[in-house]
Design a protein around this ligand. Structure first.
Ligand code: XIL
Length: 391
């Protein structure tokens, strides 16, 4: 479906990342970002100058297909790109009906100074979402990182830390009441071995900080859907067992939790078997919880196969994970951590150029985009056939 100029673009991308630039030796994430931006410009001018297919207006949008399934399809949003790039805005509005702020609603972004709140960036995103009839996933209220230095550089007694967190949650959730109705309340609180992650919250308040955070978020907006969100617990593992037990315990204690977010940051070499993801989703659903895939991306850089093989393998992983979501009634959203390789967080985090998302750096749809469209289409046809067989 996608024709050769797009592949040429990727071949050049591969050659450049492999032969000419060695980002491995660079340490600072910021440094990576600057270099990466420069490389992107080089790539744009050198490798993608040919006529490449745009999205055909005759294709249905992902969001229209997702809506027909009753699920949301979403992406994280980089507010700078939203404000600066028309193509970014156009694709975002056309293809998605759910957005997550990439950084704008995190603790350090909203309360950089104690008691002084900044919601301008988040408000920009919320306004865009409202104008385009999109849901917003608020992300996130309690995390071990992205904390302001006033919080991390001095010791607080338990009562004081509880008051700080309570006030932060009340202020932010109340600010967005009626506009943001889904929140990742606690993010990434469990280690890979299933133990509770060490953080200022677990150390300063104790393990009950999770229950408290959910209760406080509910207090601020009783209508909001409240999620526990984590990575590496998508399939069946020690970590996903621990998450399952955590949320089961919360429900038993009457804590207001509505769902679990499965981040799904994976790579061609390391991803959970789709049947395990399905099994995990089903056991969470059996607790009465919703499940959402919240941050999917697929790293393809550390794989030596030809680029087209990698792009097809990437597409297959997207296909499988969306299929898993579509086959569980309680899976209500499929969200990616960005939609264009131009603005993925992966190069900054790993120090390697990569292509983990469904549009390339020049906003052309990749095989992964068409895989998602295909799954949504096929499953719709099958659902209609089943409905007409059993009216
Ligand atoms: C990442 C952002 O993409 C980066 O821009 C930021 O520097 C660090 O955080 N899991 C999460 C997200 O829940 O909030 C993280 O986002 C990616 C991993």
């Amino acid at each position: 479906m996608i024709d050769s100029p797009v592949h040429i673009c990727y071949l050049t991308h591969e050659n450049k990342s492999g032969d000419i630039f060695n980002l491995e030796s660079m340490r600072e994430a910021l440094h990576h970002r600057i270099i990466y931006s420069f490389l992107l410009l080089v790539l744009l001018f050198t490798s993608c100058g040919q006529a490449v297919p745009a999205l055909s207006p005759s294709l249905p949008s992902l969001r229209s297909l997702a809506q027909a399934h009753g699920i949301y399809i979403g992406t994280t949003v980089n507010v700078d790109a939203l404000q600066e790039e028309g193509q970014y805005r156009d694709i975002l509005a056309r293809e998605f009906n759910m957005v997550t702020p990439e950084v704008s609603m995190k603790f350090d972004a909203t309360e950089a100074e104690r008691g002084h709140y900044t919601f301008a960036e988040g408000d920009t995103l919320v306004a865009f979402a409202k104008a385009h009839n999109m849901q917003v996933r608020g992300h996130n209220l309690v995390w071990y990182t992205a904390l302001p230095s006033w919080l991390t550089t001095r010791h607080f007694f338990r009562d004081e830390l509880m008051a700080i967190l309570h006030e932060h949650i009340l202020t932010e959730v109340s600010h967005y009441r009626g506009q943001v109705n889904i929140w990742d309340v606690v993010n990434e609180a469990i280690n890979d071995d299933g133990t509770l992650r060490d953080s200022i919250w677990s150390r300063g308040i104790g393990p009950d900080y999770l229950d408290l955070a959910f209760r406080w978020a509910h207090e601020a907006n009783p209508q909001a859907q409240l999620f526990y969100n984590d990575y590496g617990g998508e399939g069946m593992s020690q970590k996903s067992n621990a998450i399952y037990n955590l949320v089961k315990g919360m429900i038993q204690r009457g804590v207001p939790i509505n769902g679990v977010g499965l981040e799904m940051h994976v790579s061609l070499g390391v991803y959970p078997p789709p049947e395990d993801v399905l099994a995990n989703m089903k056991r969470l659903a059996a607790l009465g919880l919703e499940v959402q895939i919240t941050e999917m991306d697929v790293k393809i850089q550390s794989d030596s196969r030809p680029i087209q093989v990698r792009l097809d393998a990437e597409a297959q992983i997207y296909r499988d994970m969306l299929s898993a979501c579509l086959s569980v009634k309680h899976c209500t959203a499929f969200v990616m951590w960005g939609f264009t390789d131009r603005h993925s967080w992966i190069p900054g985090a790993t120090g390697h150029l990569d292509a983990p998302l469904i549009f390339d750096v020049s906003y052309h749809p990749k095989p992964a985009f068409f895989a998602l469209m295909d799954v949504l289409n096929k499953e719709l046809i099958q659902k209609k056939e089943r409905a007409s067989d059993h009216p």
